[in-house]
Design a protein around this ligand. Structure first.
Ligand code: NI
Length: 139
């Protein structure tokens, strides 16, 4: 069982005041929950920096499918990385625009280079990698 441990934290009073305001604006019930989430966020961020860590995330893309060659290129890149993509969603937003969300899981280094490859393609109107975790090794 993962027992809860209490510990004391010292910080300047002005910082604590600002932090308490942030906690309230975010809707946290208490400081402990806020600090736990900040700790998890730091660990998730670090896991994405360590090439061998297994990570999860999403790549979101918006593009005009009329652009010549773009659909083929996206399709080819995704087939080349089928081992990283565990699910995908394609929405035809309007006559021109497509929204695509790829759920990815794999080694951080591969996941990052896959996302970079997609996000740098000419013709992508907006793209974003959201980094998260498989949840393993994170209490
Ligand atoms: Ni579409």
């Amino acid at each position: 069982m993962n027992e809860l441990v209490r510990f004391g934290v010292s910080m300047p009073s002005d910082l604590l005041k600002e932090f308490d305001g942030w906690i309230e604006r975010r809707g946290y019930e208490n400081r402990s929950e806020a600090i736990r989430n900040l700790a998890r966020a730091a660990l998730v961020e670090e896991s994405w920096q360590e090439g061998d860590s297994e990570v999860a995330g999403t790549v979101t893309l918006v593009y005009d499918h009329h652009i010549s060659g773009l659909n083929d290129l996206l399709n080819n890149i995704q087939h080349d990385h089928h081992n990283i993509i565990i699910s995908s969603l394609h929405v035809h937003l309007d006559h021109h625009n497509c929204l695509e969300i790829l759920v990815i899981r794999g080694k951080a280094s591969e996941a990052k280079s896959f996302a970079d490859k997609l996000l740098s393609i000419k013709g992508i109107k907006h793209g974003k990698l959201t980094t998260t975790t498989t949840g393993h090794h994170l209490a």
